[in-house]
Ligand binder design. Sequence first.
Ligand code: GCO
Ligand code: MG
Length: 403
Amino acid sequence: MPKIIDAKVIVTSPGRNFVTLKIITEDGVYGLGDATLNGRELSVASYLQDHVVPCLIGRDAHRIEDIWQYLYKGAYWRRGPVTMSAIAAVDTALWDIKGKLAGLPVYQLLGGASRESVMVYGHANGASIEDTVAVALDYQRQGYKAIRIQCGVPGMASTYGVSKDKYFYEPADADLPTENVWNTSKYLRVVPELFKAAREALGWDVHLLHDIHHRLTPIEAGRLGKDMEQYRPFWLEDATPAENQEAFKLIRQHTTTPLAVGEIFNSIHDCRELIENQLIDYIRATVVHAGGISHLRKIANLADLYQVRTGCHGATDLSPVCMAAALHFDLSVPNFGVQEYMRHTPETDAVFPHAYTFADGAMHPGEAPGLGVDIDEDLAAQYEYNRAFLPVNRLEDGTMFNW
Ligand code: GCO
Ligand code: MG
């Protein structure tokens, strides 16, 4: 058996913080797993270091499911983003090892390719509608078939999804949380205008997406969805906070605009009712925050029964290790929808050399055995952890709101 003899938790910050688990077996084969939880990186690093790594030593690296169950059921304290990100890192690293030992890319172990490549969506953002449309046109020229569009809201100093750098959006931007201000009615006016302008400039062949980032009530989301139907969005994402899964019933009653949710979910129980009641069209849970490839497959299998497709989260806080794992998963699942792809900075790409590629608006994980991604530990050691928080959000009268 490939016996696990060591596991290292590597924290590095090549432009942003990443936590990576490296599991090493007796014969020197190793696997990588992403454990990055944006703004809470060191909590997962400590959970891994203090509670998970000691339990891995001496185990058979081939027994992925058994180790998953051991870490999930054995902790007694189930679910939660810290625990599930740690379990995800172990699971991902073990799939990487299994692929390397088999001499096969992970997607082959998952049943093989269900498609030639996976469609990704890029992010176009700008302070104004015109700026965003100009960036979206650029994405279209680069071959993207799906583009997420976000723009500034007139009368508001900042908003989710809009950054100074139009090509790299990074919300975790300060040593203590930045305070943003929010006004729902101003926002609700601008989004349909943005889509109108984007359809006029980009035409109807490109998929257009939008992220509400949990900021509407169900009835407000129903209204926006209705206003947007004429522009045929691919999806509206995170329309309302989803702790109450039933909230989506109200949105559904009012609009046929497709709905996506799930980037902050960490377990199948967070989306079971959403899926079984067909309240959503795309499930956005991803490898690192939802218990790894093994658990995400269970979510995707449930979703497949209800014609819900996958749309994995793929922001820059998900490391190239997670990106690679997501691409193997995407290539294999029958009910794939789309994959989010925010390019990493060149510094991040240098720390994590990878086999995955982008061409014509789609990506492929490559044919390297395992995940096809590595970590340059010497380079990683040059980038020290740098505390960075996600922003918080208040209404104009100072009331604390959802970011
Ligand atoms: C997205 C997300 C991100 C998150 C970020 C938080 O759709 O890509 O909403 O922008 O805010 O990943 O860590
Ligand atoms: Mg989002």
